[in-house]
Ligand binder design. Sequence first.
Ligand SMILES: Cc1cc2nc3c(=O)[nH]c(=O)nc-3n(C[C@H](O)[C@H](O)[C@H](O)COP(=O)(O)O)c2cc1C
Length: 263
Amino acid sequence: MVQPDGQQPVAPSALKGEGAQCFVEFEDGTAGQHPTSTPRALETDEIPGIVEDYRQAAERAKRAGFDMVEVHAANAYLLNQFLATGTNKRTDQYGGSLENRARFPLEVVDAVIDVYGADRVGIRMTPFIELFGLTDDEPEAMAFYMAEQLSKRGLAYLHLNEPNWAGGDITFPDGFREQMRERFSGSLIYCGNYDAERAEARIGENTTDAVAFGRPYIANPDLPERFRVNAPLTEPNHETFYGGDEKGYTDYPFMDNGYDRIQ
Ligand SMILES: Cc1cc2nc3c(=O)[nH]c(=O)nc-3n(C[C@H](O)[C@H](O)[C@H](O)COP(=O)(O)O)c2cc1C
């Protein structure tokens, strides 16, 4: 059971995520992936309460000492579901037009900015990523609209995950990164399937300020140091990616002092 009292999860519209799996603990104490259930659509008057949840989360993050926070509007999570045409079939002010679909994510951003200040807030978005049944007819238009709106607010950074990070051959359209650069005045971060060399090349373009790493970091707790000295990387074990104990979580080795360096 994931939700309190076995309630349905919430979404912009009551559409089941095809092929979507959630990592859960089963009643017999074992854990594993389980197909997600059909969500219920949020009522319009519930949305301010969810925005408030994000504000509370930001306040807690601040109390816990985090320097910055990143609003997660990516990878078919709740805010991404509002942005995308395939998952948002609402007929109220939170659905339909581009502006309406962006309304809730932007209300969340504003709430988090109230807590941290815009220069300490970033956002993660994944235009063009079709995961867990999420589809979108207007990914580019929405990315551009969000970039402009977030730029007006002075957001610190916009973090985009490459569409093909989990496989497939969809990539950003030609000129997309350049256009994002024109529309957004903060830092632009890209992520997905990079190694040190490709990351350097990307940063060398005028489109990208930084590159983020996911899987290499899981398996290499000292990843920046390994990049710096050009040391080989430990390959991550996919079997231990989700859930479980310290195995595959905190037990990947650091480089030894006597580690053979390539150069
Ligand atoms: C085990 C695992 C869990 C992840 N969980 C999330 C997540 O909750 N939200 C998200 O936006 N991305 C998530 N990602 C995607 C990563 O943040 C990253 O974008 C992706 O792995 C691509 O970068 P990489 O090629 O450097 O790994 C996850 C990736 C892995 C491997």
